[in-house]
Design a protein. Sequence first.
Length: 169
Amino acid sequence: KSPSIAQNEVEFMDNSTPDEIARAYGLPTEAEFQSWLESHPEQLLHNVSDNILVDIQVRISSQTLTLTSPDGTLTVPVSTARAPYHTIMGCFPPYLMQQMHYSKKYNNSPMPHSMFFYGGYAVHGTMEEKDLGQPASHGCVRVSRANAAMLYAVVAHYGPTRTQICVLN
C-alpha cells in the first residue's frame, strides 16, 4: 500500500524546490549530493543486491528507461529535463507512490502513476507523449501513461523497498 501523507505535506512538495524538500526531510541538497558523488563515482554504477527485485535504469543520453524485474526486461522511451532544467543522477528507492498526483508548482499538471525517488523528482506518466524520446521535462522522468501504469504496478507488486531507480548519463 502506498504511504499516505497529509495534505499540507503534499502542498509543500508541490510548491517547493527539490532542494527545499531535501532540507525539510534531512536529505542532502542536489549540490551536496552531486559533490558526494564526485568523490564516490562507484555509486553511479549499478549494484544489484539480493534485496533488489525491480531495477529501473534511466539513461539520459538515450532518453530511455529499462525495467528489469523477475517478469523480464523492457525498454521504453522517456523525457528527462530540458534546458535549463536538469534531472538528478544516482540510484534511489522510490519513497512515495501516488496513483494520481497534481503538481501545483507546474499549473496543476497531472502526473499519473507517480513514483517519487528524490525530493520532487519522480517517474510518472505524461500527457505530452509526443515529446517522449527527447528532453522535455522540468526534471522528472516522463513516460507514456500506459508505461507509467505498468511500472507502477510492477513496483507496487514487488514493493518500493525492493526497487531501485537509477538515473545515469
